[in-house]
Design a protein around this ligand. Structure first.
Ligand code: HEC
Length: 116
Protein backbone atom coordinates (compact mmCIF):
# COMPACT_ATOMS: atom_id res chain seq x y z
CA UNK A 1 0.00 0.00 0.00
CA UNK A 2 2.81 2.38 0.90
CA UNK A 3 4.60 1.56 -2.35
CA UNK A 4 1.41 2.12 -4.25
CA UNK A 5 0.90 5.54 -2.64
CA UNK A 6 4.49 6.41 -3.43
CA UNK A 7 4.04 5.42 -7.07
CA UNK A 8 0.95 7.62 -7.26
CA UNK A 9 2.79 10.58 -5.76
CA UNK A 10 5.72 10.15 -8.13
CA UNK A 11 3.39 9.91 -11.11
CA UNK A 12 1.37 13.02 -10.30
CA UNK A 13 3.13 15.58 -8.16
CA UNK A 14 0.44 17.28 -6.07
CA UNK A 15 1.35 20.73 -7.37
CA UNK A 16 1.27 19.81 -11.04
CA UNK A 17 -1.81 20.65 -13.04
CA UNK A 18 -3.09 18.09 -15.45
CA UNK A 19 -2.24 18.75 -19.06
CA UNK A 20 -4.91 17.36 -21.37
CA UNK A 21 -2.68 16.52 -24.31
CA UNK A 22 0.13 15.06 -22.23
CA UNK A 23 -1.85 13.25 -19.52
CA UNK A 24 -5.46 12.58 -20.51
CA UNK A 25 -5.39 12.15 -24.29
CA UNK A 26 -3.21 9.00 -24.20
CA UNK A 27 -5.52 7.29 -21.69
CA UNK A 28 -8.65 7.99 -23.72
CA UNK A 29 -6.99 7.12 -27.03
CA UNK A 30 -5.56 3.83 -25.81
CA UNK A 31 -8.44 2.67 -23.64
CA UNK A 32 -11.71 4.25 -24.76
CA UNK A 33 -11.81 5.79 -28.24
CA UNK A 34 -11.77 2.54 -30.20
CA UNK A 35 -15.26 1.84 -28.83
CA UNK A 36 -16.37 5.45 -28.28
CA UNK A 37 -14.93 7.31 -31.23
CA UNK A 38 -15.22 8.34 -34.84
CA UNK A 39 -15.74 4.86 -36.28
CA UNK A 40 -17.57 2.98 -33.56
CA UNK A 41 -19.65 4.90 -31.02
CA UNK A 42 -21.10 2.36 -28.62
CA UNK A 43 -24.03 3.77 -26.64
CA UNK A 44 -23.74 6.66 -29.11
CA UNK A 45 -20.90 7.98 -26.95
CA UNK A 46 -17.92 9.58 -28.71
CA UNK A 47 -14.97 10.46 -26.52
CA UNK A 48 -12.84 11.76 -29.41
CA UNK A 49 -14.49 15.19 -29.48
CA UNK A 50 -14.84 17.69 -26.70
CA UNK A 51 -18.49 18.53 -27.29
CA UNK A 52 -19.52 14.88 -27.28
CA UNK A 53 -17.31 13.89 -24.35
CA UNK A 54 -18.87 16.65 -22.24
CA UNK A 55 -22.17 14.75 -22.36
CA UNK A 56 -20.65 12.40 -19.75
CA UNK A 57 -18.41 14.93 -17.98
CA UNK A 58 -19.45 17.67 -15.56
CA UNK A 59 -16.44 20.00 -15.29
CA UNK A 60 -15.22 20.41 -11.69
CA UNK A 61 -17.50 17.57 -10.53
CA UNK A 62 -15.92 14.15 -11.00
CA UNK A 63 -18.59 12.59 -8.76
CA UNK A 64 -21.33 13.80 -11.12
CA UNK A 65 -19.46 12.76 -14.27
CA UNK A 66 -20.66 9.52 -15.86
CA UNK A 67 -17.21 9.05 -17.40
CA UNK A 68 -15.55 9.09 -13.98
CA UNK A 69 -18.21 6.91 -12.35
CA UNK A 70 -17.85 4.37 -15.18
CA UNK A 71 -14.10 3.98 -14.61
CA UNK A 72 -14.17 4.02 -10.78
CA UNK A 73 -16.93 1.41 -10.63
CA UNK A 74 -14.96 -0.82 -13.00
CA UNK A 75 -17.83 -0.72 -15.53
CA UNK A 76 -15.46 0.75 -18.15
CA UNK A 77 -13.42 -0.29 -20.02
CA UNK A 78 -15.06 -3.71 -20.37
CA UNK A 79 -12.87 -6.77 -19.85
CA UNK A 80 -10.11 -7.62 -17.42
CA UNK A 81 -7.71 -4.77 -18.10
CA UNK A 82 -9.15 -1.88 -16.09
CA UNK A 83 -7.51 1.51 -15.71
CA UNK A 84 -4.79 1.74 -13.07
CA UNK A 85 -5.33 3.79 -9.92
CA UNK A 86 -2.89 6.37 -11.29
CA UNK A 87 -4.84 6.69 -14.56
CA UNK A 88 -8.13 7.07 -12.68
CA UNK A 89 -6.54 9.75 -10.49
CA UNK A 90 -5.41 11.65 -13.60
CA UNK A 91 -8.99 11.64 -14.93
CA UNK A 92 -10.36 12.72 -11.53
CA UNK A 93 -7.91 15.57 -11.20
CA UNK A 94 -8.47 16.69 -14.78
CA UNK A 95 -12.25 16.87 -14.27
CA UNK A 96 -11.83 18.54 -10.86
CA UNK A 97 -9.63 21.19 -12.47
CA UNK A 98 -12.36 21.99 -14.98
CA UNK A 99 -11.87 19.34 -17.69
CA UNK A 100 -10.03 21.73 -19.96
CA UNK A 101 -9.82 20.37 -23.50
CA UNK A 102 -8.07 22.67 -25.99
CA UNK A 103 -10.13 23.70 -28.98
CA UNK A 104 -9.62 21.68 -32.16
CA UNK A 105 -7.94 18.77 -30.41
CA UNK A 106 -9.57 15.59 -31.66
CA UNK A 107 -8.57 12.13 -30.54
CA UNK A 108 -8.12 9.04 -32.65
CA UNK A 109 -8.15 5.41 -31.53
CA UNK A 110 -4.78 3.85 -30.76
CA UNK A 111 -4.10 0.18 -30.46
CA UNK A 112 -2.96 -0.52 -26.89
CA UNK A 113 -1.08 -3.59 -28.07
CA UNK A 114 1.21 -1.74 -30.47
CA UNK A 115 4.04 0.63 -29.57
CA UNK A 116 3.33 4.32 -30.34
C1 HEC B 1 -14.56 -2.71 -25.91
C2 HEC B 1 -15.39 -1.56 -26.10
C3 HEC B 1 -15.40 -0.46 -25.05
C4 HEC B 1 -14.31 0.19 -24.52
C5 HEC B 1 -12.84 -0.04 -24.79
C6 HEC B 1 -14.87 1.21 -23.65
N1 HEC B 1 -16.23 1.16 -23.64
FE1 HEC B 1 -17.51 2.41 -22.63
N2 HEC B 1 -19.11 1.34 -23.29
C7 HEC B 1 -19.03 0.23 -24.10
C8 HEC B 1 -20.37 -0.37 -24.20
C9 HEC B 1 -20.74 -1.63 -24.98
C10 HEC B 1 -21.23 0.43 -23.41
C11 HEC B 1 -22.70 0.21 -23.10
C12 HEC B 1 -22.73 -0.75 -21.93
C13 HEC B 1 -24.09 -0.98 -21.35
O1 HEC B 1 -24.92 -0.08 -21.41
O2 HEC B 1 -24.28 -2.06 -20.78
C14 HEC B 1 -20.40 1.51 -22.87
C15 HEC B 1 -20.88 2.52 -22.06
C16 HEC B 1 -20.11 3.54 -21.53
C17 HEC B 1 -20.60 4.63 -20.74
C18 HEC B 1 -22.05 4.86 -20.35
C19 HEC B 1 -22.67 5.77 -21.36
C20 HEC B 1 -23.84 6.49 -20.79
O3 HEC B 1 -24.73 6.82 -21.58
O4 HEC B 1 -23.85 6.73 -19.57
C21 HEC B 1 -19.56 5.43 -20.42
C22 HEC B 1 -19.57 6.73 -19.62
C23 HEC B 1 -18.38 4.80 -20.99
N3 HEC B 1 -18.75 3.67 -21.67
C24 HEC B 1 -17.11 5.30 -20.86
C25 HEC B 1 -15.97 4.63 -21.27
C26 HEC B 1 -14.63 5.06 -20.95
C27 HEC B 1 -14.29 6.31 -20.15
C28 HEC B 1 -13.80 4.15 -21.52
C29 HEC B 1 -12.28 4.11 -21.42
C30 HEC B 1 -11.73 4.13 -20.10
C31 HEC B 1 -14.61 3.16 -22.19
N4 HEC B 1 -15.92 3.48 -22.01
C32 HEC B 1 -14.11 2.10 -22.92
C33 HEC B 1 -17.91 -0.25 -24.74
C34 HEC B 1 -16.61 0.15 -24.48
Amino acid sequence: MRLFALALILTIPAFARINFVRDVKPILELRCVRCHGPDIALKNLRLNRRDRAMLVIVPKKPGDSRLYLAVTSGFMPPGDKKLTAAEIEILRKWIAEGARWPKNVELSPKNPFLPN
